[in-house]
Design a protein around this ligand. Structure first.
Ligand code: S3P
Length: 426
């Protein structure tokens, strides 16, 4: 689908509620399948990725039904059943990496596949620790499909070179089915929703700084409230910062400190962003955020911040093109392994719109502030975050742009355009 986006002649004004967090929705549905009893997930995401996780747990014999538009009820015995078909993770790396950890220790065999983009993404990062635990996984040189022979697992002490919540979660989930203690250490703190939710659901888990350990546990069913996704909010935050005279409030946004790197960076850039109200439920923080149009300056994003804003780097490139001076992103090489090579893709596509942006091996450098000419056709490389970043860039381009493959927004944020229109029509 081709989407035309023209310069916004109006500021963004008003209040919207940000839809459900993709990361937490995946965890809620997958962990509820491992609990003995009935769990209720309030505000489950309708993005295609969490729906892939939902379909997979159903194929593993778990009952799941929507009570209304977004309330999902899961009824499980805590035991998974042998699937009668290949398990399709679609575009979702989170689904594949989490499920590989869980399926490795079952008493049955299973196969995980994914779409073209997911089949290119690296799975060695999970195959390696799982194999050390005793898992038997056959892959296509570290890529999907993954053929998993269910095997007894033994806990390991694993020090990861990557600060990846997906790898961490995979190992901890395998630890739920392993004998002995499983210990995972990461170089920087990546998002910790898994640890918070597993603890909330009664897992035998200990967290100490960058080290987490877990023992075999049966999870307790739970009621899980999923907050708004800060990674989705980031596109609205960016638009309000760069479209003149904007002033918006985003309600019920997840504010887990392992995800709020984007807010820190915006403050560093001199952006007008304020947390109005915040609250904690089941260990996860959320609140309302007010953002106003701002005169921004460039900044350097340090290494420790990267895991806290990994999914926001494409939209940060757009913001940086509207900030005075240089913005430098480095130590973000893993951005090349996301739904697309996000370094190459964002540099190439923003350049077409007139941004001054240079690719580096592990990030990019943007020189602003640029009057974006636009008037070009851009690609989103089957990548939802590219599609939404380019849409926001289009709002400040002199000439209308066209985005190819815009339907990929549905992976995480089907409500994206409708919500934007709400803010532009006030
Ligand atoms: C995710 C973790 C991140 C992120 C992805 C979702 C998660 O990946 O990019 O969109 O839900 O755990 P990595 O942990 O591989 O960096």
């Amino acid at each position: 689908m081709i989407k035309l986006v023209s310069k916004s002649e109006k500021p963004l004004k008003g209040t919207v509620t940000i839809p459900s967090d993709k990361s937490i929705s995946h965890r809620a549905v997958i962990f509820s399948a491992l609990a003995d009893g009935i769990s209720t997930i309030n505000n489950f995401s309708k993005g295609a990725d969490p729906l892939s996780s939902l379909e997979i747990i159903k194929s593993l014999g778990v009952q799941a039904e929507f009570k209304d538009e977004t309330t999902l009820v899961i009824n499980s015995s805590g035991k998974l059943a042998k699937p009668s078909k290949i398990l399709d993770c679609g575009n979702s790396g989170t689904t594949m990496r989490f499920m590989s950890g869980i399926l490795a220790g079952q008493e049955f065999n299973s196969t995980l596949t994914g779409d073209k983009s997911l089949s290119k993404r690296p799975m060695k990062r999970v195959i390696e620790p799982l194999t050390l635990m005793g898992a038997k996984i056959n892959s296509q040189d570290g890529h999907a499909p993954l053929e998993i022979t269910g095997s007894p697992l033994l806990g390991i002490e694993y020090t990861s070179k990557l600060a990846s919540a997906q790898v961490k979660s995979c190992v901890l989930l395998a630890g739920l089915f392993a004998d002995g203690l499983t210990r995972f250490e990461e170089p920087y703190l990546s998002r910790n929703h898994t640890e918070i939710m597993l603890k909330h659901m009664g897992a035998d888990i200990q967290i100490s700084g960058l080290k987490t350990s877990i023992k075999r546990s049966l999870l307790k069913p739970s009621i899980i409230d999923v907050y708004g996704d800060i990674s989705s909010a980031a596109f609205f935050i960016a638009a309000a910062l760069i479209v003149p005279d904007s002033d918006i409030i985003l309600k019920n946004v997840g504010l887990n400190p392992t995800r709020t790197g984007i807010i820190d960076v915006i403050k560093l850039m001199g952006g007008n962003i304020e947390i109005l109200d915040s609250y904690v439920r089941s260990g996860e923080m959320a609140g309302d955020i007010r953002i106003k149009y701002s005169n921004l300056k460039g900044c350097t994003i340090e290494k420790a911040l990267i895991p806290r804003l990994i999914d926001e780097l494409p939209i940060i490139a757009v913001i940086a093109a509207q900030a005075e001076g240089e913005t430098v992103v480095k130590n973000a090489e893993d951005l090349r392994n996301k739904e697309s090579d996000r370094i190459k893709a964002i540099v190439q596509e923003l350049s077409k719109l007139g941004a001054i942006i240079k690719e580096t091996p592990d990030g990019f450098i943007v020189i602003g502030k640029t009057n974006l000419k636009g008037g070009a056709s851009v690609e989103c490389y089957h990548d939802h975050r590219l599609a939404m970043s380019l849409y926001v860039a289009g709002l400040v381009c002199e000439n209308t742009i066209s985005i190819n493959g815009f339907e990929w927004v549905n992976i995480s944020f089907p409500e994206f355009e409708a919500l934007f229109n709400e803010l532009l029509e006030v």
